[in-house]
Design a binder for this molecule. Structure first.
Ligand SMILES: *[C@@H]1O[C@H](CO)[C@@H](O)[C@H](O)[C@H]1NC(C)=O
Ligand SMILES: *[C@@H]1O[C@H](CO)[C@@H](O)[C@H](O)[C@H]1NC(C)=O
Length: 241
């Protein structure tokens, strides 16, 4: 399985390279994508997307949230949600004031990018919720948060289970700040974790500027449909300059 996956990506990359080189972006159209993983996974999960973006000349940063993979903090040091989000928040804080990024959050990563939108709205050209939790000024984060769902991901890597009130305290989203950032939701119709009905419920209650869909995609869309996701993200980046 691993080997096959690797070989597939290699073939994809080789096929794509001439195309990527032919369309290398100039300094103006060069984008900076910031990818935020789901609970209990790490930056490595985006490796296919990272390779595709790098080979096409864009800047890409895959964040490891607190106690995820190579982040040196251990799980017990990550006592508060704010500690968990801090790698992304610190990254955004040191980003030069004149630089805008495209934030992409997958599932639980939606909480982290929401927090970043509220804290640094002027540094984000567009926020992409990839089958992600999407709280908003009208949807309490503790409502969106679903403990069963977080527990289900514990098989991969332990994450502190934060109490529901932590979510509503830590993730307070205003129309003025969070609401000023352009937002796109990418639906994964075959997602078994974040069911399509739930994705649509968030979209209905907290309408983004645009809704996209990657046909036939399940939860791990960056693994199963990397090219489609890559193309979609480039399209979104070009549109929301
Ligand atoms: C990517 O963006 C970061 C943050 O602005 C910057 O430090 C880094 O040099 C950039 N890398 C490339 C390859 O442009
Ligand atoms: C969000 O939930 C918390 C309790 O978890 C509550 O105190 C707060 O009033 C709620 N906020 C909204 C906007 O519903």
């Amino acid at each position: 399985m691993e080997k096959r996956e690797f070989l597939t990506s290699l073939v994809v990359l080789i096929l794509l390279l001439p195309y990527a080189n032919a369309t290398l972006p100039g300094p103006k159209s060069k984008k900076h994508f910031v990818l935020v993983h789901r609970a209990c996974h790490g930056a490595w999960f985006w490796y296919k997307i990272v390779a595709l973006m790098r080979s096409s000349g864009h800047n890409v940063t895959a964040i490891d949230l607190g106690a995820s993979r190579i982040n040196p903090k251990q799980v017990l040091d990550v006592q508060h949600l704010s500690d968990y989000f801090s790698p992304l928040i610190e990254f955004m804080a040191i980003l030069p004031a004149d630089e805008k990024v495209i934030l992409v959050g997958h599932d639980y990563g939606g909480f982290a990018i929401s927090k970043a939108m509220e804290s640094f709205p002027e540094k984000i050209s567009v926020a992409v919720f990839l089958t992600a939790l999407m709280p908003g000024p009208n949807i309490n984060a503790s409502t969106v948060y679903n403990e069963d769902f977080v527990l289900a991901t514990l098989l991969v890597r332990p994450l502190n289970i934060y109490p529901a009130e932590d979510y509503s305290k830590e993730i307070v989203l205003s129309r003025k700040r969070y609401g000023s950032v352009r937002r796109v939701f990418i639906v994964s119709p075959e997602d078994k974790f974040l069911k399509k009905e739930f994705q649509q419920w968030m979209i209905k209650n907290n309408p983004p500027h645009e809704v996209e869909e990657i046909q036939g995609s399940g939860h791990m869309v960056m693994m199963s449909k990397p090219l489609q996701l890559f193309t979609k993200l480039l399209g979104i980046a070009a549109k929301y300059n």
